[in-house]
Write a protein that binds this ligand. Structure first.
Ligand SMILES: *[C@@H]1O[C@H](CO)[C@@H](O)[C@H](O)[C@H]1NC(C)=O
Ligand SMILES: *[C@@H]1O[C@H](CO)[C@@H](O)[C@H](O)[C@H]1NC(C)=O
Ligand SMILES: *[C@@H]1O[C@H](CO)[C@@H](O)[C@H](O)[C@H]1NC(C)=O
Ligand SMILES: *[C@@H]1O[C@H](CO)[C@@H](O)[C@H](O)[C@H]1NC(C)=O
Ligand SMILES: *[C@@H]1O[C@H](CO)[C@@H](O)[C@H](O)[C@H]1NC(C)=O
Ligand SMILES: *[C@@H]1O[C@H](CO)[C@@H](O)[C@H](O)[C@H]1NC(C)=O
Ligand SMILES: *[C@@H]1O[C@H](CO)[C@@H](O)[C@H](O)[C@H]1NC(C)=O
Ligand SMILES: *[C@@H]1O[C@H](CO)[C@@H](O)[C@H](O)[C@H]1NC(C)=O
Length: 381
């Protein structure tokens, strides 16, 4: 059997995408190229929106950590942080840097992967029509491959690589990143319910995408990148992490209680929303009413109803309401109440658009949100 050490040099420097990347590469548009007329009334996508989608995926490519593949599109990026994980004798290289700094953070990364996979399952034809699906595949696998490495055993999840304070004191490029990049974990005795459940949600949502598990009432169809063995591999991580989140011998707690350094950057305000979201994506992935029952239990136990705040890496509740509505509208698992979830989604979005919520918008965002509200809620009806 080949050992990991033999495989690694072969893998380093090669692209992860299974969908062949375009040649020539897609690159962000030159800003001074200006607006391009929209081909209204044709089957072509609006190039402005296609470019936005392309820019979004290119942004993640600019954030890559580790040994970059020969297909790297970002000319000013280099290999970096190539010994991450060596302090714990693991390979934790790769993944994405958090922001303008060079820490790698599991909790917000999980939110990113979950959101992109969910969107690409429900509205994936947009990626296909924009010719961005190969980059979507590449972007997701770059993150998921790292998240798999960060989950080396059922009850172990690395939640951060790099020390927040040391890293934030450095403002340079990727060639002089301060060394000594410690790896921080949660495990059975020192758990982190939100981080484990958040990663479970990401793996399950991405498994749905890679296996093309659509609801009977799917909006547009998934982006075309299916791979059933990869989907099962992702689902296995999801189920193990969910089990870890729920049954860790150390009980349930916010992950920063056991990995304080992670709390400096991304402290979680509670794990009820991550548990609910993970259970819902697993119910979708496995068609199992027991996960769906769990989701109902968490939702009421952690009093998620009536939430008015933002939807972000910490707070998944607005998305949870939409997921409940999607599952109910597709038939549910018996005994559910679709209109209850529809009202909850509308209440939340109305609070943003018409006031009364904790979030508010600039005018442009307001128009976009109103458009999304109109299309999304009417599709849910
Ligand atoms: C499916 O994904 C697996 C795991 O990443 C990969 O090894 C395999 O080559 C992929 N299959 C195809 C047909 O691309
Ligand atoms: C962007 O496009 C303008 C106009 O076509 C051109 O003058 C300029 O050199 C381009 N810049 C880059 C960086 O390609
Ligand atoms: C960084 O990458 C660029 C482009 O690949 C290369 O030209 C440059 O030599 C690299 N810089 C260093 C310090 O390795
Ligand atoms: C479990 O996690 C805690 C907190 O990160 C850490 O201090 C401890 O060393 C870990 N246990 C093992 C066996 O690695
Ligand atoms: C890890 O979880 C799987 C179920 O996903 C289980 O079959 C296996 O026994 C677990 N391994 C250990 C060491 O607990
Ligand atoms: C889920 O399982 C039920 C039977 O328990 C079946 O009727 C339904 O078609 C399944 N749905 C999916 C999406 O597989
Ligand atoms: C419900 O919440 C309480 C604390 O508020 C907690 O002790 C209990 O374990 C929770 N039950 C479930 C199923 O999450
Ligand atoms: C379903 O939810 C709606 C809206 O919250 C509520 O008015 C209705 O009474 C509920 N129906 C049942 C059967 O609980």
């Amino acid at each position: 059997m080949l050992s990991l050490a033999v495989l690694l040099p072969v893998l380093a420097g090669s692209a992860l995408a299974q969908v062949p990347l375009p040649n020539p590469q897609w690159q962000p548009q030159n800003a001074s190229a200006g607006a391009v007329p929209s081909p209204y009334g044709t089957s072509q996508p609006n190039p402005q929106w296609s470019n936005l989608l392309g820019d979004l995926l290119w942004f993640y490519e600019a954030q890559r950590s580790g040994n970059l593949p020969s297909t790297n599109r970002v000319s000013w990026r280099n290999n970096s942080a190539t010994s991450d994980g060596s302090d714990v004798n693991l390979d934790l290289t790769g993944g994405y840097y958090d922001a303008g700094d060079y820490i790698k953070c599991t909790f917000p990364l999980s939110f990113v992967l979950m959101s992109i996979c969910w969107g690409a399952t429900d509205f994936g034809k947009g990626y296909d029509l924009s010719n961005q699906t190969p980059y979507l595949d590449d972007m997701l696998r770059w993150g998921l491959t790292w998240l798999e490495k960060a989950h080396p055993a059922n009850d172990t999840l690395f939640v951060q690589v790099g020390d927040t304070n040391a890293d934030n004191a450095y403002w340079g490029g990727d060639q002089n990143i301060p060394g000594s990049r410690p790896s921080f974990q949660i495990n059975g005795t020192n758990p982190g319910t939100d981080a484990a459940a958040g990663a479970a949600g990401a793996f399950a949502a991405c498994s749905n995408l890679y296996s093309n598990r659509l609801f009977s009432n799917a909006f547009s169809g998934a982006a075309t990148l299916q791979n059933s063995s990869y989907a099962s591999e992702l689902l296995q991580h999801a189920e193990q992490l969910y089990d870890f989140a729920v049954h860790a011998p150390g009980g349930m707690t916010e992950y920063q209680n056991n990995a304080p350094v992670a709390g400096d950057a991304y402290a979680s305000s509670g794990y009820g929303d991550e548990l609910t979201m993970a259970a819902l994506f697993l119910a979708w992935a496995t068609n199992s009413s027991s996960y769906y029952q769990d989701a109902h239990t968490y939702y009421s136990n952690y009093s998620l109803k009536g939430y008015k705040g933002v939807f972000n890496w910490d707070n998944k509740t607005p998305g949870v309401n939409v997921l409940f509505a999607q599952i109910e509208q597709a038939g549910g698992f018996g005994g559910g109440n679709l209109s209850n979830w529809q009202s909850e989604v509308e209440r939340y979005l109305d609070g943003i658009v018409y006031g009364g919520g904790d979030g508010w918008m600039t005018k442009v965002v307001c128009y976009i949100t109103m458009a999304i509200r109109t299309t999304r809620v009417s599709t849910l009806r």
